[in-house]
Design a protein around this ligand. Structure first.
Ligand SMILES: *Cc1c(COP(=O)(O)O)cnc(C)c1O
Length: 380
């Protein structure tokens, strides 16, 4: 690895940190499927690696690049975004008090309300878009973690990372940020004071809808970080070497993909914010969006490739619209090269707090005019 430290993140990504295989001179890393590593005659490990649950060169390459992109001290990749997120909570202890947002990724919310609560974490949901509410709810000495997600899935609400970091630290707690929607292209939560950044790497980091993976990056290597890493190395939420290799390959084009997706999302948001059959466009890049000011201060170079449309006619109107689309693919997930749309309330089920007229859209890399025309014809 020979890349100068001074290069910008997009350069570090494009060259995968300047990887060079000492055995062959190849600059594409090989996939290392071995589960175990040999010891020398003196019984010492030849490479320092022991076994592929804790150690694999393909994890290390993806982790080193993400650490660089987030400006952190260390990263651990996991078998999914959910295993990355839950590792942060499992590293706490029963009885610990945790603040979480009232709008957060659905599957995580379910796990927190069900499993984490049964297991003894005291989980309290607050509206994190108002830092004063978090400041009022935090319990100095008892709250161990504040978890936020910004922009949040699926309403795109924005949370002020620096304000929440301050609230957390004054209470002796740590701040973790689910930055899946923002990506390191637009936001570096650690530079704003967060202690941990989590990604569903299934989404933009890998970027091609063909790997399920997650990651946590820490600002500092300390006991709390070792506990998070132990959730992978001891409890075993490991990514396969091939998936780690694909993730590294996907991250090499992260900056061009996300920049194009954000430009396209901004145009689509602006276009449909004036459409008579659209009730509201939820997108942080619109000056009329409630979180725009905070988003503009903590996101750079764009506002991401995710937006939601609230359409006239409630759930039937929303479902009729997506039934007529020819180009946007009707599927869950996000962050891939193909544009996806989903009626989020149907996916979340009867307990969902998501508005029934909301369509969540992940803008891909198709021509923006094609995407706009397809939505226009479906809106009729
Ligand atoms: C998808 C997603 C997750 C969960 O990630 P998986 O890789 O599906 O386990 C967590 N947070 C956000 C914001 C997501 O979009």
């Amino acid at each position: 690895m020979s890349l100068p430290d001074s290069v910008r993140p997009s350069t570090a990504a494009a060259q995968a940190l300047g990887f060079l295989d000492p055995a062959t001179g190849a600059f594409v890393p090989p996939i290392q499927p071995a589960t175990t590593y040999e010891r020398g005659a003196d019984n010492r490990l030849l490479s320092g690696r022991l076994y592929s649950r804790p150690d694999n060169p393909n994890y290390e390459q993806a982790e080193a690049l993400l650490t660089r992109l987030e400006g952190g001290a260390a990263t651990a990749v996991f078998s999914s975004g959910m295993s990355a997120a839950t590792a942060v909570f499992l590293a706490l202890k029963p009885g610990d008090h945790v603040l979480v947002p009232d709008v957060t990724y659905w599957a995580l919310r379910n796990w927190l309300v069900g499993w984490a609560t049964d297991w003894g974490l005291r989980i309290e949901a607050v509206d994190m878009t108002e830092p004063a509410r978090a400041a009022a709810a935090v319990r100095p000495g008892e709250t161990r973690l504040i978890w936020i997600e910004t922009p949040a899935n699926p309403t795109l609400v924005i949370t002020d990372i620096a304000a929440l970091a301050d609230i957390a630290h004054r209470a002796g707690a740590r701040l973790a940020v689910d930055s899946t929607f923002a990506t390191p292209v637009h936001t570096q939560p650690l530079a704003l004071g967060a202690d941990l950044v989590m990604h569903s790497a299934t989404k933009y980091l890998n970027g091609h809808s063909d790997v399920v993976a997650g990651a946590v990056t820490a600002a500092a290597v300390n006991d709390a970080w070792q506990r998070i890493k132990a959730v992978r190395s001891q409890a075993g939420a490991v990514l396969g070497p091939f998936e780690a290799w694909l993730l590294l390959r996907g991250m090499r084009t992260l900056f061009v993909r996300v920049a194009a997706q954000s430009r396209s999302a901004q145009r689509i948001a602006e276009h449909f914010s004036r459409h008579p059959k659209v009730e509201a466009v939820l997108y942080p890049g619109l000056p009329t969006f409630s979180g725009h000011g905070v988003a503009a201060s903590q996101m750079r170079g764009g506002f991401g490739g995710m937006l939601s449309l609230r359409v006239k006619g409630g759930a039937p109107g929303a479902l009729a619209l997506i039934g007529k689309l020819r180009l946007w693919r009707r599927a869950t997930s996000l962050g891939g090269v193909e544009s996806l749309v989903e009626h989020r309330a149907s996916v979340e089920g009867p307990q969902s707090a998501t508005p029934a007229d909301l369509l969540r859209m992940s803008v891909g890399l198709e021509d923006t005019d094609d995407l706009i025309l397809d939505l226009e014809q479906a809106l009729g």
